[in-house]
Design a protein around this ligand. Structure first.
Ligand code: PMM
Length: 287
């Protein structure tokens, strides 16, 4: 497995797709909003995710569900910092899911080992320069605009070509600020300014995204396109009944050579990743 520069040694030693467990410390995230908004409960949940087999726990303090408004930076910090600190103290590898340089810096100072930015540096002009000054890996997710307006931005002639070109442009912008491209991870941003069909086209062409030459992170867990896929007469499949479909995506992403999957339910995704890895190895590809 090709890992990004700056990843802690115990994670670099893993020769498989990593599993990132999701911990949203928000009152309003679409899938787990409100469940872990108290710091002690959030820390307990993070420890639980680690025990289930999460390689990294991704802590986020701002909902990105379609239509969501931004929260003030002080509130985001109040939500995430105690949780990051508590998990780091318990030796859990932590990633911070934020679009703000100030939050990224505070959490990395507190011991977070990775920054996951759904805006790929597009939301905060301070983020790129901060990333250049830091040493941790940085996730550049494909993003076209804030959650409040993103569903209006889901127009593509060639979604795979356009997402690839827009990710490439973000990488070039970061490199021009002095960021070492070896520290970057790319993510197609499933569900972010994407309709269901756009997400499937991106998943079906992970090879094209791999050709960009960076480790890939895939976040499909519990998203609306899985609910739409499994819809029946009563409507889309509810959030809490989408995990088997998410596990299938984890297996297929690992078989395609993804660097990591970002999931709500960790144990089954660990198994799914093991299946994908064996499948890939049997086809003659390295992990
Ligand atoms: N999705 C969400 C939040 N953060 N980060 C990355 N890198 N990729 C994603 O697909 C992604 C993300 C929204 O989903 P959630 O509410 O289930 O956390």
């Amino acid at each position: 497995m090709r890992h990004p520069e700056g990843l802690p040694a115990p994670l670099r030693a893993l020769d498989r797709t990593l599993v990132m467990g999701i911990l949203n410390v928000t009152p309003d995230s679409f899938s787990d909003g409100g469940l872990w908004s108290d710091a002690d409960r959030a820390i307990a949940r993070g420890l639980g995710l680690r025990q289930e087999g999460a390689d990294v726990v991704d802590v986020g303090g701002e909902s990105t569900r379609p239509g969501a408004d931004r929260v003030p930076v002080s509130e985001e910090l109040d939500r995430v910092l105690p949780v990051v600190t508590g998990l780091v103290a318990a030796h859990v590898p932590v990633s911070i899911d934020t679009m703000r340089a100030e939050v990224a810096a505070a959490c990395v100072d507190a011991g977070a080992c990775l920054v996951n930015d759904v805006s790929g540096g597009g939301a905060d002009p301070e983020m790129g320069p901060w990333v250049a000054s830091s040493t941790v890996p940085y996730v550049v997710m494909h993003w076209r605009g804030p959650s409040r307006v993103m569903s209006q931005l889901a127009t593509y002639d060639d979604v795979v070509g356009e997402v690839s070109a827009e990710l490439r442009a973000r990488v070039d912008a970061l490199a021009s600020l002095g960021v070492d491209p070896g520290r970057l991870i790319l993510d197609p941003g499933l569900g972010f300014a994407k309709e269901s069909d756009h997400n499937w086209q991106l998943l079906g062409r992970l090879d094209a995204l791999q050709d960009l030459g960076f480790p890939l992170l895939i976040g499909a867990s519990r998203k609306r396109f899985l609910g739409d896929l499994l819809a029946d007469d009563s409507g889309p499949r509810p959030l809490d009944a989408r995990d088997a479909a998410g596990d299938a995506v984890s297996a297929l992403a690992a078989a395609a050579g993804a660097w990591a999957v970002r999931v709500h339910e960790v144990a089954a995704s660990r198994d799914a990743v093991a299946v994908g890895r064996a499948w890939r190895a049997a086809s003659g590809e390295s992990a």
